[in-house]
Every structure is written in structure tokens, then in C-alpha cells.
Ligand binder design. Structure first.
Ligand code: ZN
Length: 404
């Protein structure tokens, strides 16, 4: 978004302290125990600074003393460890038809989740449901909730385009206004992120992208979004809209899309496209609620029955997806492309099995240790878990834009 431009930060004691705190926590999260001198040496901080930070982090229960390590001479140093149970993180995913919430500890382990249907995706009514779920989550958490990640489908602030449609939230004009609205209602710090990017960060924390530094995440929400993690950092674009891959034209002159293009990927390979297809077959009752959960249920049943029409739909969707994946590989040189989100695992696996990936790709090389395409493992809660992961990421990882 325009407000999040990169600035040269001035020296500011509070800013420096917050940054150093993240550096120390980030180090202990990876290191599983270290003494003060080691932390100081490894993080480039003075021992006094580390001692002050450790005292503060111990008080906040984010760090615990974990005994002494054997040492060749002298008094062995006290070991300090990151305490994932010292805090909790909330993640909300707003879909056009549902609100999903996940409560996790600071290691990303799920403590509680819930889902509510949404009659309207108007921000004020969504925030009212969020407030109720936030209170329910706080009541279930023995540790303080440090913040909430709010995950929305993009694009944001594109009022110049006629983007209103089944895959877009109406009324959510920008990330900044959404975050201000949610912070006021929840009384918590709120980080807003696009669903595909949040899902990608969540998948690094606890899923198929663990250990990956550069990868692409194709997110099947209602439409199709793309999250790109490059050298460990999400790629957002100038206005937070990088990755609108659902509106890449794959069939020139093809089906009209809500965005104004003809033949967008989203019109062929998304959950909304699947729903439309099943509806034309009369498999979805006309009076059913507008949610996509029914679509998933019907499609899974057809898949289990070996329905030839569903098979043909998936084959066509995979045929159009494959060159898009090849393009992503050539553009971003990822370690892998992950397919995940709300589309059920069996359908994602079916799509992946049908992909005939292009030969002409930088990702096609000998000595690969993992497949070019992976399936996400967080299932329908991917977005909400990704939201919680944003809070954890913000708590323990030094951000590039917060460097003193
Ligand atoms: Zn489109």
C-alpha cells in the first residue's frame, strides 16, 4: 500500500529496543537455548543490552531460564530459551461467505479454531463477529493474546476497476482502514495481509514450506491468489496487490471475468468456477446458501465416485494452471510452487497429479531435492493460521523496515 513506503529510519531509542527484542527472540526461537554472552555475540549486542532484554522478556514469559550448560571452566552460563506458551496469536480470515478464526501458541500450534457463516461481508458486521470470536479465544487462552492477523482476499483500493464479484470483498477499501477498524474493536494490535501472502507465511511456520526461503504459493480461496516469498520476505508490490494471478488471462477472448478481462484463470480453475460448473449440472440446489463449503462437499463426493465430468473439469483446470506455474517459475525462480488454501486436499492433489508442467522452465533442473509443485498442509484453516503466523513473525522476527 502507498502508506508502507520504505523510509530511512532515524535513530529512536524505543524503535531500537523493539528491534533488538525481536532479534533476541528470533535468535532464541531458532537456537533452543543460549547464554547471555552467546546471545550478545551472535546478535551483535552488548551483554548489558542483552541482560536488560532478557529480564524484560522473562517478565513477559516469552523467555524462560532453562538451566545451566556444562562448561569447561568457571560458572557455567544460564541458558535461556524461547517460550512458545508465553503468548498466543489470533488469526482471522475473512472470506466473502465466512469468517474463520485460529488461536495458536507462539510456535504456531493450533489451540482453538472456529468458523462462522457471514450473511454480509460489510466491514462493520464482520468486525462485530470478530469481536465475539476474539473474546471466546481470549477465554480459552492461558497466555496473553499478543495480536491479531487479519487476512483478506485482495485486491485492495482498486475502485477504478469494476472488480466487484464473487471472489472480492466489497466495502474493504484498503489495508489501513481495515486495520484501524479491527484494532479499535478488538483492542489488540492488528496486522492486515492479503490471504495468499499470509497463507505462504503460515506454511513456512508449520507446513510444506518449512525451510524454504524463496517460493510461490497459489492460494485457492474463492478465487486464486498468489503469495511470493523472496529471500524470506513477502513481495507486496506498491499497493499491496502483487500476486493477482487469478486475473491472468489464460484463454484469450474467453469467459468474461468480473474484472473486465476475458478468459481469466479464475474463471476456469477456482472454487467459484467449480461452483458455477456444478450449478450448471444441477448438482447444487438453487436455494442453497451462497457459501462454497457445499461446493467442496459435492465435488469431494463426485471425486470419490470417479465422476467423469468432474475429472474433465479438473483436467481442463490443470491444463490452464500448468503454464501459469511455469511462468511463475521463470519469473521468480522459486524453490517450489505450493498449491493450498480452501480447496480440499483431495482436489488439490487431483489438480497436481494432472499438471503437465512446461519443459521450458528454470525450475526444471537435475538434482532437485523436492518436487516443483507441493501441496499445502494446513487445509481449510490455512488463511487463519497464516494470520496468526503474521503476529508471531512480527513478535520474533526483526523486520527490515524496523531496523534502527
Ligand atoms: Zn479477471
Amino acid at each position: 500500500m502507498a502508506g508502507r513506503s520504505i523510509q530511512i529510519a532515524g535513530t529512536n531509542a524505543e524503535r531500537t529496543r523493539a528491534h533488538n527484542r525481536r532479534v533476541v527472540l528470533g535468535y532464541l526461537q531458532v537456537k533452543h537455548g543460549a547464554g547471555r554472552a552467546e546471545i550478545a555475540r551472535s546478535c551483535g549486542l552488548s551483554t548489558q543490552t542483552v541482560s536488560n532484554l532478557i529480564a524484560e522478556l522473562e517478565q513477559d514469559r516469552l523467555v524462560v531460564a532453562a538451566g545451566r550448560r556444562r562448561s569447561a571452566r568457571g560458572q557455567p552460563p544460564v541458558q535461556y530459551a524461547f517460550n512458545p506458551q508465553g503468548g498466543a496469536a489470533l488469526g482471522f480470515e475473512v472470506r466473502p461467505d465466512a469468517l474463520l478464526v485460529a488461536l495458536t501458541d507462539l510456535a504456531g500450534a493450533l489451540l482453538w479454531d472456529a468458523q462462522r457463516p457471514l450473511a454480509s461481508s460489510d466491514p462493520h458486521s464482520v468486525v462485530a463477529v470478530m469481536t465475539e470470536l476474539s473474546q471466546a479465544a481470549a477465554a480459552r487462552s492461558s497466555a496473553p493474546v499478543l495480536g491479531a492477523g487479519l487476512v483478506l482476499p485482495g485486491p485492495f483500493g482498486v475502485e477504478g476497476l469494476s472488480m466487484a464479484g464473487a471472489t472480492v470483498l466489497s466495502g474493504w477499501d484498503g489495508l489501513d482502514s481495515a486495520s484501524a477498524l479491527a484494532e479499535a474493536a478488538l483492542g489488540l494490535p492488528v496486522i492486515v495481509e492479503k490471504d495468499a501472502t499470509a497463507a505462504a507465511i503460515g506454511e513456512v511456520m508449520r507446513g510444506s514450506a518449512k525451510g524454504l526461503d524463496s517460493f510461490c504459493y497459489l492460494y485457492f480461496g474463492a478465487g486464486i491468489g498468489l503469495g511470493v516469498i523472496a529471500q524470506g520476505q513477502p513481495l507486496r508490490g506498491a499497493f499491496g496487490n502483487a500476486g493477482e494471478v487469478g486475473h491472468v488471462v489464460v484463454v484469450p477472448g474467453g469467459r468474461p471475468c468480473d474484472c473486465g478481462n476475458l478468459g481469466c484463470l479464475e474463471q476456469y480453475a477456482s472454487r467459484v468456477a467449480l461452483r458455477r460448473h456444478l450449478a450448471t449440472r444441477g448438482l447444487l440446489a438453487p436455494d442453497m446458501p451462497p457459501g462454497l463449503g457445499q461446493t467442496d462437499t459435492v465435488a469431494l463426493r463426485l471425486l470419490a465416485e470417479g465422476d467423469p465430468d468432474l475429472d474433465a473439469w479438473m483436467t481442463e483446470a490443470a491444463r490452464l494452471l500448468a503454464p501459469v506455474i511455469g511462468t511463475l517459475e521463470n519469473l521468480f525462480d522459486p524453490e517450489a510452487v505450493v498449491l493450498g488454501g480452501a480447496l480440499p486436499d483431495a482436489l488439490l492433489d487431483g489438480l497436481i497429479a494432472r499438471l503437465d508442467l512446461p519443459q521450458g522452465s528454470v525450475s526444471r533442473r537435475t538434482g532437485r531435492t523436492r518436487p516443483r509443485v507441493l501441496r499445502g498442509v494446513s487445509g481449510r484453516m490455512t488463511g487463519a493460521l497464516g494470520g496468526a503466523a503474521l503476529v508471531i513473525h512480527d513478535t520474533v522476527t526483526p523486520r527490515l523496515d524496523s531496523a534502527p
